[in-house]
Design a protein around this ligand. Structure first.
Ligand SMILES: Cc1cc2nc3c(=O)[nH]c(=O)nc-3n(C[C@H](O)[C@H](O)[C@H](O)COP(=O)(O)OP(=O)(O)OC[C@H]3O[C@@H](n4cnc5c(N)ncnc54)[C@H](O)[C@@H]3O)c2cc1C
Ligand SMILES: NC(=O)c1ccc[n+]([C@@H]2O[C@H](COP(=O)([O-])OP(=O)(O)OC[C@H]3O[C@@H](n4cnc5c(N)ncnc54)[C@H](O)[C@@H]3O)[C@@H](O)[C@H]2O)c1
Length: 471
């Protein structure tokens, strides 16, 4: 049995935990990091990285079918599904050293490859090591939620933890859940030559603006994905190769089944009760400073519930560094946190959607828009499907929604604007190189001033007067 005393104990080496550990160790703190499974957590091994790598393989296959309008003869791509998964594995392996035990030990972090469990307030057991810490950060992430649908336990099913290892190409992939995981994986698979059916109990991509999600769903359907909405999965039967999901809107049969109905926080192993730390089904209870019910213990990232994204876990980590290392106050804000779904077209959101902004601000709300089909770069590249909507109150953005090529890139300046409470003029003052899709942001911002300048009699009178007076 080994006993350790440490300044800062971080439980979980995923997006959030690694950021805290790297920052704190490099600033001179004594840091201990526990990881019971793979360094890098969900994002690297089972989430963002493999999903974007598989989407890229699907994109490459799709591109071979799309050149006709530009004089390129489309071909039917030959798809080696297992080789596409090899590409996914290589991408993970390329990024893995950044999150590795060796790198973190090199930074001065004490890394223990064990699951941790509280045995008392600020005391954690990890294998045969007992750790007492002045401050603890719980960053244990989340796992796929497997709902208690009758029959599910008796059929083989995939989750994001097993999908990326699958080497045999699904002939017909059934996906329960039309959230970001379901829709990204639906498009990746249909483009890799699989038949795909998405079974969604309510509305697909429901967290985004319905006007924009309709554009994504239309494209997915046009590419061959069957999307059944208001189809709650109720009963599952069959075996590998022939699985039937009975829903409130009919039954669907496929060869493989992916469950993508949301996440559950990783708290079962933590023995939180021993430390008097409260949690709900959504995650560990935290205050606005990310402190748990034990003020010396923080919870960050997916395990704290709320928005579950890698950049949120990273943002939380920054707030922890501020508080724990420098003793400065810090408060979680959510208004400037964007997200993007990497379908084609991409879908991105920050702040309030139009409906949410309308509910909050009523008549004070102004909505400005710009369409991709007016953008010269989008015309040149044949990517004219899409639009930007910006929600403004008294000349300041309170939300932005984008669907279209590179929406995930285009959302960033709106985060800058909202995070710094900038006026929309900050975006009109900006100059984007021509021809770029990014000009759309400036065009949307300009749409706020256009009616004020061009439909304004006073402006016209002033201009005429100045013209008369000028020599
Ligand atoms: C398919 C998929 C695609 C995604 N795509 C995106 C995307 O494109 N962009 C985006 O921003 N987000 C994406 N996400 C979400 C993103 O992966 C998570 O929000 C992010 O990984 C959360 O980071 P975390 O540090 O909270 O948890 P994790 O990264 O999950 O790390 C938690 C770590 O803690 C370890 N652990 C758990 N319990 C213990 C314990 N008791 N002791 C020690 N270690 C423990 C786990 O093994 C794990 O390594 C995606 C998620 C999925 C599933
Ligand atoms: N691009 C990204 O940033 C990205 C990509 C993937 C995942 N993620 C993260 O992972 C989280 C989880 O994603 P997700 O797609 O699993 O969850 P989700 O909660 O966003 O969507 C799950 C969907 O499943 C549906 N559902 C639930 N039970 C059902 C049932 N019995 N039958 C049919 N449908 C049912 C829900 O109505 C919902 O639309 C996301 O919220 C996000 O934070 C992010």
């Amino acid at each position: 049995m080994t006993r350790i005393k440490t300044d800062l104990l971080v439980i979980g080496a995923g997006s959030g935990g690694l950021s805290v550990a790297a920052g704190a160790a490099q600033m001179g703190a004594d840091v201990t990091l526990l990881e019971g499974h793979k360094m890098g957590g969900d994002c690297l091994n089972y989430g963002c990285v493999p999903s974007k790598a598989l989407l890229a393989a699907g994109h490459a296959a799709h591109a071979m079918t799309q050149g006709a309008a530009m004089g390129i003869t489309p071909t039917v791509p030959e798809i080696d599904y297992a080789a596409a998964k090899d590409h996914v594995a290589r991408v993970i392996a390329t990024i893995a050293p950044v999150d590795s035990q060796e790198r973190f030990e090199g930074l001065g972090v004490r890394v223990i490859r064990e699951f941790g469990a509280f045995t008392g307030p600020r005391i954690v057991q990890a294998g045969d090591t007992t750790i007492t810490a002045r401050r603890i950060v719980v960053a244990t992430g989340s796992s796929p939620l497997v709902p208690p649908i009758p029959g599910l336990a008796d059929v083989p099913y995939l989750t994001n933890e097993t999908l990326f290892e699958l080497r045999e190409k699904p002939e017909h992939l059934l996906i329960i859940g039309g959230g970001p995981i379901g829709m990204e994986m639906a498009q990746a698979h249909v483009r890799l030559g699989c038949k795909v059916t998405v079974i969604e109990g309510a509305t697909a991509l429901a967290k985004d603006d319905p006007e924009l999600t309709a554009i994504v769903l239309e494209r997915l359907r046009a590419e061959g994905v069957t999307i059944a909405e208001n189809a709650l999965a109720q009963h599952i039967t069959g075996q590998g190769g022939a699985i039937t999901v009975e829903t409130s809107a009919g039954s669907f049969t496929g060869t493989h089944l992916l469950i993508a109905v949301g996440r559950k926080p990783n708290i079962d192993r933590l023995n939180l009760a021993a430390a008097g730390i409260a949690a709900t089904k959504q995650g560990i209870t935290t205050d606005a400073r990310l402190r748990t019910t034990d003020k010396h213990v923080y919870a960050i990232g997916d395990v704290a519930g709320g928005l579950q994204f890698t950049h949120v876990a990273g943002y939380h980590a920054g707030l922890i560094i501020r508080q724990v290392l420098f003793g400065l106050p810090a408060k979680v804000q959510t208004a400037h946190i964007p997200w993007a779904t990497y379908t084609d077209p991409e879908l991105a959101q920050i702040g309030l959607t139009e409906a949410q902004a309308r509910e909050t601000y009523g008549d004070k709300l102004e909505v400005v828009r710009a369409d991709y089909h007016h953008n010269d770069r989008a015309i040149a590249t044949g990517q004219t499907t899409g639009l930007i909507k910006v929600m403004l109150v008294k000349g300041r953005p309170v939300g932005a929604s984008i669907v279209g090529a590179q929406a995930g890139e285009l959302i960033t300046p709106w985060s800058l604007a909202i995070a710094n409470n900038l006026k929309i003029s900050a975006l009109t003052n900006m100059i984007a190189p021509y021809p770029t899709i990014a000009e759309l942001n400036k065009r949307a911002a300009g749409a706020y001033f256009s009616p004020r300048l061009f439909d304004n009699m006073m402006v016209k009178r002033v201009v005429r007067l100045v013209q008369r007076l000028l020599p």
